[in-house]
Design a protein around this ligand. Structure first.
Ligand code: LLP
Length: 451
């Protein structure tokens, strides 16, 4: 990207940190002008662990998982919450998910390895991926994962043969593309018919997959899966997809006599990245998902299945922030001011990739109004290496600690070593205590695979 478009409407908003609302972690506080999260001073964290640094409010992660359990089970007893590890995973996170009685979605052998290393119960793992390798399938079946979500005919026969070789019968879900286009960024929609994920309904492939699965002795078909996209604000997209998929459950029973006993509706609930964002609540989400499934099942005289929901972003995004140190402040007259920090697209690729928007503050000036407009740039060799474009911010100086909110999902998990940047550490904060759960990389880590 040569030039970054200027937003002619960008103005200072004169908001102080605590006026940023839903983007803040629930435990955010300002004391003596400094930002605290989980009762811990972020300036102290930056000093102790170095920057860039991801900081996550542990209690908020637990509360989000509990909210999902509460507001789905409120409507139907047989619901499980499957946290989507791709949003953020490490051993401490797996332990926390296990402690909260939730399940875990892994999307690769690597994520499964982390889960197993954290002693996450394999029977509560749901294994995903549109092209799982033979090795990944073998590892998953050997470990005894609770469900494999099957994405292709090739995979059906591979699972059958691996399971039979191991003397096992592998429980599976079949991933359906319900043909519903969710209202979100095109790169993260997945439920439309032209998708590399799942089996389409209109072309009969989904039905054929069900028939095939029912015939394979190494496979036990449990149910269906759908995932229509991510960062979804409009719950109606779910309602439409549920109507389609329950109709398909009816078709399966009619044509084969087999009754689907599980339905996994995927993840996707949106979160607040910017001050004006008003995502749906977990409470409303739970009602739409569960009530709609119940309603359509009753209409078709089908038993209500066990329901799985697979949230990722909405569990961790607002619990997390990234701390940086401001290195340079460059005023380009009549153009813009660049505030450059000691991280960038290596720890947060989402702005470059999706034009994502974030809210930043200067953590050591948290009680001051955001009275300037700047672009926050990273330190990498690309003009497109920006974290927030034309954003209000307190007046920045080198040495300030910059905090970017709502970075708990898909930032650490998508981080890279471009420019041989070491990836930041992750600190969990709670009740005034900080614990390092992922250490910052070292230069040795950058060379550990060189032979
Ligand atoms: N289940 C499946 C099968 C998924 O593919 C995903 C996300 C989830 C659950 C969790 O969705 P969530 O609740 O987090 O929206 N890198 C992108 C997001 C990609 C989402 C991929 N799948 C981003 O940074 O926005």
């Amino acid at each position: 990207m040569a030039n970054i478009a200027c937003d002619p409407n960008a103005r200072p908003d004169f908001k102080t940190t605590m006026e940023l609302g839903a983007v803040l972690p629930q435990s955010a506080e300002v004391k003596d002008g400094e930002l605290y999260i989980g009762g811990v001073n972020t300036i102290d964290l930056a000093r102790e662990y170095g920057t860039a640094l991801y900081v996550m409010d542990e209690q908020q992660i637990r509360d989000q998982l509990r909210n999902y359990l509460k507001w789905t089970r409120y409507h139907w007893k047989d619901v499980d919450v499957v946290y989507a590890g791709k949003a953020f995973i490490c051993k401490a996170m797996c332990k926390l998910v296990a402690e909260e009685g939730c399940h875990l979605d892994v999307s690769s052998g690597g994520e499964l390895a982390i889960a197993l290393a954290a002693d996450f119960p394999a029977e509560r793992v749901v294994a995903h991926g549109n092209n799982k390798t033979m090795q990944e399938l073998t590892e998953a079946i050997t470990a005894g994962v609770g469900r494999i979500v099957v994405d292709s005919f090739d995979e059906l026969s591979r699972i059958d043969s691996i399971a039979r070789d191991l003397g096992k019968v592998q429980p599976i879900l079949i991933r359906i593309t319900p043909g519903v286009v969710a209202d979100t960024h095109a790169y993260i929609t997945t439920g439309s018919e032209d998708s590399k994920f799942g089996f389409g309904l209109r072309d009969g492939l989904a039905f054929k997959a069900v028939e095939t699965a029912l015939d394979l002795p190494g496979i036990e078909l449990k149910g269906l899966h759908m995932h229509i996209g991510s960062q979804i604000f409009v719950l109606n997209s779910y309602a439409k997809a549920i109507e389609v998929i329950v109709h398909f459950m009816d078709e399966i029973r009619e044509k084969t006599g087999f009754v689907i006993s599980e339905l996994d509706t995927g993840g996707g609930l949106g979160i607040a990245y910017g001050v004006p964002d008003e995502p749906s609540t977990i409470k409303d989400y739970g009602k739409v998902i569960v009530d709609d499934i119940k309603e359509h099942c009753e209409a078709h005289s089908l038993p209500v299945p066990r329901i799985l929901v697979e949230p990722g972003r909405s569990i961790v995004a607002n619990a997390g922030v990234t701390l940086y140190t401001v290195g340079t402040v460059k005023h380009i007259p009549n153009v813009r001011t660049y505030v450059a920090v000691d991280g960038g697209m290596t720890d947060n690729i989402r702005t470059a990739l999706y034009d994502a928007h974030y809210e930043p503050v200067i953590a050591n000036k948290s009680d001051k109004p955001r009275d300037t407009v700047v672009t926050i740039a990273g330190k990498h060799c690309e003009s497109g290496d920006v974290i927030v474009v034309d954003t209000p911010l307190q007046s920045a100086e080198p040495g300030d600690i910059l905090c970017v909110f709502a970075t708990g999902a898909y930032c650490q998990s998508m981080a890279s070593n471009y420019n041989k940047q070491v990836r930041p550490g992750v600190v969990f904060v709670n009740n005034g205590e900080a614990r390092l759960v992922v250490r910052r990389e070292t230069y040795e880590d950058l060379m550990r695979c060189d032979v």
